[in-house]
Design a protein around this ligand. Structure first.
Ligand code: SAM
Ligand code: F3S
Length: 457
């Protein structure tokens, strides 16, 4: 059996793409995934160029892979993802070990590219953006466990001045509604109870409908909620400018919509937001949050921040800190600004010393950490609905599942609860997880003999 190793860098989108690469190559050539490079016949690097000197990292990895490849005839090396789409043929020229170069939108062509390189003994390269063709060529999704990701749109057309994504993943393209529904249907039939709708800018979704109309994210959520056994719907990543009233209203009318929102704000300073071309002000952002909180007072709210954007002053940064207080985020991804070649912001003069940026980042992260701890401590004593995913890795026989607000929760219960929603009272808040006790099975869950007994207990 041929073996495939995929090294994934970057975001959830890349994780999703990697799982699709594995599906495609299993269907075409029977490749099985492995973590062991020695056992592998094909190594794929799924790269990211959103931050850091990611391409340099890729080239040093490729240097190591040359030895790996030379050690056994027939071994193949491929580079996919955003670095591939940015560097294209340069990769194959600079790193002779590389046989395959493919972009985020051409991963479905891996089987053909593999055949091509075997035939020609030359690198096979395809980094086009052939619209949404990719999704028509992916095998039916296969799942393990009760949660799954569904990509509903690709690319991004916002062109924030700091961001490489529109150049590496192309402009926004939404999947037609019927395609999304067919995929969700296949997943639900395999026992999936929670889906996360994925896209770089997922709330810009506009899926074409059979009647010629267009479906936005709010409508999609309402339609998906009709799948009876689908219990929870999440989405990521959304953009504040597209966070529409209809979507906010969905939080009031659709209980299956998870009680959590990731809404990247990047900065609290209007001056910096304008330089970033984000398309909203801090007041507009806070107003949307206030509306949302009036409908879901206990919602979990997370965000992304860029610290040290060119010319960011102490005053700009203080406004970011003040925004964090006002919005009460309980989690965030935060980064020091990293100039991306080819983006408009990369040409801006940047006089802020790195030590200052780093100190600001640390201050921001410490505050978010404290707010996160306070958030989870407030959960102690409350009853939370949890989707039970597995037996806890701690080896104490406990079950592990996730709350609405995306926190791992461990508790005692029968394994028959895996794949079901349960009600759990939170007893303790730890650094990275919660502990609780089972108080019941969520209404509407299929009851087996074992979990009925637990319910009565
Ligand atoms: N679609 C999302 C949004 O609405 O902002 C962002 C997707 S982006 C790939 C993920 C995160 O990476 C951004 O939210 C931003 O915080 C960070 N990021 C992107 N470009 C960056 C850069 N040049 N330097 C530092 N962080 C960056
Ligand atoms: Fe990047 Fe802005 Fe799109 S951060 S992914 S260009 S919304």
């Amino acid at each position: 059996m041929a073996k495939l190793l995929i090294k994934t860098f970057g975001c959830q989108m890349n994780e999703y793409d990697s799982s699709k690469m594995a599906d495609v190559l299993k269907a075409s050539h029977g490749y099985e995934l492995t973590d062991d490079a020695e056992a592998a016949d094909l190594v794929l690097l799924n790269t990211c160029s959103v931050r850091e000197k990611a391409s340099e990292k890729v080239f040093s990895e490729l240097g190591r892979l040359k030895e790996w490849k030379d050690a056994k005839p027939g071994r193949v090396v491929g580079v996919g993802g955003c670095v591939a789409s940015q560097e294209g043929e340069v990769i194959a020229r600079r790193a002779p070990a590389v046989d395959l170069v493919f972009g985020p939108q051409t991963l479905h062509r891996l089987p053909e590219l593999l055949e091509q390189t075997r035939r020609t003994h030359k690198p096979a390269i395809d980094i086009r953006f052939p619209e949404i063709e990719k999704f028509d060529h992916l095998p039916e999704p296969r799942v393990e466990g009760p949660t799954a990701f569904v990509s509903i749109m690709e690319g991004c057309s916002k062109y924030c001045t700091f961001c490489i994504v529109p150049y590496t993943r192309g402009e926004e393209v939404s999947r037609p509604l019927d395609d999304v529904l067919a995929e969700v249907d296949a997943l639900v039939r395999q026992g999936v109870r929670e889906i996360t709708l994925l896209g770089q800018n997922v709330n810009a979704y506009q899926g074409s409908m059979a009647d010629g109309g267009s479906c936005d994210l709010a409508l999609l959520i309402h339609i998906l909620a009709r799948f009876e056994t689908l219990g929870r719907i999440r989405f990521t990543t959304s953009h504040p400018a597209h966070f529409s009233d209809a979507l906010i209203d969905a939080y009031a009318s659709e209980p299956k919509l998870a009680n959590v929102l990731h809404l990247p704000v990047q900065s609290g300073s209007d001056r910096i937001l304008a330089m970033m071309k984000r398309g909203y002000t801090r007041a507009q952002f806070l107003e949307k949050i206030a509306r949302l909180r009036s409908l879901r007072p206990d919602i979990g709210l997370s965000s992304d921040f860029i610290v040290g954007f060119p010319s960011e002053t102490e005053e700009d940064f203080e406004q970011t800190m003040a925004l964090i207080e006002a919005a009460r985020f309980d989690f965030a991804y935060s980064f020091v600004y990293s100039p991306r070649p080819g983006t408009p912001a990369a040409n801006l003069r940047d006089g802020v010393p790195m030590a200052v940026k780093q100190a600001r980042l640390e201050r921001l992260q410490a505050r978010i950490r404290d707010l996160g701890i306070a958030f989870t401590e407030r959960l102690v004593g409350t009853a939370q609905t949890v989707l039970v995913e597995k037996v806890s890795r701690r080896g104490n026989g406990q079950l592990a599942g996730k709350t609405h607000c995306n926190r791992w929760l461990n508790f005692d219960g029968p394994e028959s609860l895996i794949g079901h929603f349960a009600e759990v009272r939170i007893t303790e808040s730890l650094t990275n997880s919660l502990r609780g006790e089972l108080i019941g099975i969520t209404a509407g869950e299929a009851l087996t003999e074992t979990n009925i007994e637990t319910r009565g207990a």
